[in-house]
Write a protein that binds this ligand. Structure first.
Ligand SMILES: [Fe+2]
Length: 312
């Protein structure tokens, strides 16, 4: 169990002064223009679109995906992972209850909280309380693992761990079944805090181990594929959150390519899945981009990889 890194703590201390400096136009990035959120929210209210967008956020769905691997240890054929990311529920009344309803009787082997408990870029008492509530509810039915996102703050570590979650801060853990092992690797946020350390997180693992990487954002896709990660689970993008009819994202806040914005993708031999996330941030609205929590099933595949997912 690693402590929260100095890197994350120093960025937390800088708070809003920290900016995403990526590309020559970094100062024009959505995330660096804090005034844009109230401006957009006000504009949507003026246009009469806000309430519809907020209602769309509460319409979060459960989706099912199967991933098949030739190298999956036999004992993990049928292993089910519940993935919940991007709750942001402290500014979205009703969302946590909806997610709890969807997951209450859902059979699974483990549950993973993929980061972003807070709506804002600071922690609120409600966000901490929500993190405790959902961890406790999930923990009653299955082991719970968690990682931090770009909206999460160090006091949440104590909350998550106190409620029984295994919080992975650049570290890995093993799940044993019938003498076989599946390795879960979790990194800290690589988008805003840049507190990730994939090499540290993978310490002690071998090339031929079956490895699932939990990273809030998909932007470590190239490094992960180089390090023989088998399955890369992420969120962060909200699938674009505000999309054109048909689901094309207008803006997405990640350095990963468009193929990694939502759903199933591949890079080299690695399989990746980016969840559209449960909630919303910036402005609590969604258009043409429903929120999702995911039930993933791992399958042993004798020949070629085959994946399936429910249509969006
Ligand atoms: Fe998020």
């Amino acid at each position: 169990m690693r402590p929260v890194s100095e890197k994350r703590l120093s960025v937390e201390h800088e708070h809003r002064k920290h900016a995403i400096r990526r590309g020559w136009f970094w100062w024009l990035r959505w995330e660096n223009l804090s005034f844009m959120e109230p401006v957009l929210g006000g504009f949507l209210k003026l246009c009469g679109l806000y309430n519809r967008g907020f209602g769309n956020v509460l319409n979060v769905r459960l989706t099912h995906q199967e991933f098949a691997f030739e190298n999956l240890p036999d004992a993990f054929d049928g292993f089910r992972i519940l993935w919940i990311s991007d709750l942001h529920a402290d500014r979205i009344p009703g969302l946590l209850d909806k997610v709890l309803q969807l997951t209450a009787d859902l059979p699974r082997d483990i549950a993973i909280l993929g980061g972003d408990f807070c709506f804002h870029h600071y922690i609120t008492a409600v966000a901490a309380e929500n993190a405790g509530i959902i961890t406790r509810a999930l923990r009653d039915k299955s082991p719970v693992y968690a990682i931090f996102g770009n909206h999460d703050y160090s006091p949440l570590a104590e909350v998550l761990r106190a409620e029984g979650a295994t919080l992975l801060l650049n570290e890995n853990t093993a799940i044993e079944r019938a003498g076989q092992t599946l390795h879960i690797v979790g990194v800290d946020d690589c988008h805003y805090f840049k507190a990730h350390d994939l090499d540290l997180a993978m310490q002690g693992l071998n090339d031929d181990d079956f490895k699932i990487l939990l990273s809030h954002s998909p932007e470590l896709y190239a490094q992960a594929a180089e390090r023989d990660i088998d399955l890369y689970l992420s969120g962060h993008t909200h699938g674009g959150q505000i999309c054109l009819p048909g689901g094309t994202a207008v803006v997405f806040s990640t350095a990963a390519p468009r193929k990694c914005i939502r759903g199933l993708w591949n890079h080299g031999k690695m399989t990746g899945y980016t969840s559209g996330g449960a909630g919303a941030s910036g402005v609590p609205v969604r258009y043409h981009c429903p929120g999702e929590i995911n039930l993933f099933t791992l399958r042993k595949c004798p020949k070629q990889k085959k994946h399936s997912q429910t249509p969006r």
